[in-house]
Ligand binder design. Sequence first.
Ligand code: 13P
Ligand code: SF4
Length: 358
Amino acid sequence: MAQQAIEIPGQLESRIQSLAASAPTQPWLNNTEKELLKTEIKQLLKENNAQLVAHYYVDDDLQALAEETGGTVADSLEMANFGAQSDADMLVVCGVRFMGETSKMLSPEKTVLMPDLDATCSLDVGCPADEFAKFCAQHPDRTVLVYANTSAEVKAIADWVVTSGNALQIVRHLKEKGEKLIWAPDRHLGHWIQKETGIDMIRWQGHCIVHDEFKTFELQRLKKQHPKAKILVHPESPADVVDVADVVGSTKVLLGAVTSMPDKEFIVATDYGIFYKMQQMAPGKKLYIAPTGSKTQSCNSCAHCPWMAMNGLQNLRDCLKNRSGEVFVEEQVRIKALRSLERMLDFSRQAGLVKVAS
Ligand code: 13P
Ligand code: SF4
């Protein structure tokens, strides 16, 4: 069975590192400044019949605003589903670029804005569409499955898009049909899916700069300090970290674990932005962030995505006020990518993995 892996070139790695290092941080705001901005944003949302679609990794203030104003705070799958079913005229996506593009592709009639269009993702940058197309052309007998964390152009090449919230179910379905896969871009997620399902898969070797930093040795040391804590791991983490997990899954699965499991303490190996929602959903439980390898000044991940951190109250207000940061996707690309995206959403709705609007 093929389990070949494709190395990504060194210059892409350097580009990822330099983009992460140069991602701007948001200005510190005092409470009065925050309240003024929130009031203004609420007003602008009303005026534009707009909804906020926020990921669990963005700043607490943005997550709270999305909740208070009838938007959503969700994983990438539910963000796509929510946007597609929303009857707002405008969606403001607080997350990273691929999330904005996905919303636009599913709702071309809506205006889709983002606080900062440069908020990218190391998986997206590490999988250029032209290189990926060449690679797929060498394996025409394989079904092309890509992670949602990719550009619109890569999705246009794919047969299926998946997120960590539906990957196992979709791959099991494809395995039953006897299909062989090309997987891109996350190497660890691909490895985990392959191991869980036993499917024949060739993998691209992209990585998430945040989850790649979790380290087993340090994790086990923390576990010794908190022996009763259960370990929760996002599958973009390295295989040896996934191996010591009590629960492996998407952000939504990890949230579900904290609320449904009787345990009182959890070590969480994913972006610490998720703690806002975890604490809210399970207030009595103790959460510890899993240790990363980067403990120096040069750390530019440290369990927090530098690109998710580009979303703040000020640039959110600015994009609504100036109608800036609008997401556009070329129509030819959109039409092609829509097949794989709609396949994913249809499957997820039928499998009960996402909400279906009544
Ligand atoms: P989810 O699909 O679990 O929301 O994850 C998206 C992501 O970017 C994780 O790093
Ligand atoms: Fe991409 Fe990782 Fe950031 Fe998620 S946390 S958006 S996978 S870089």
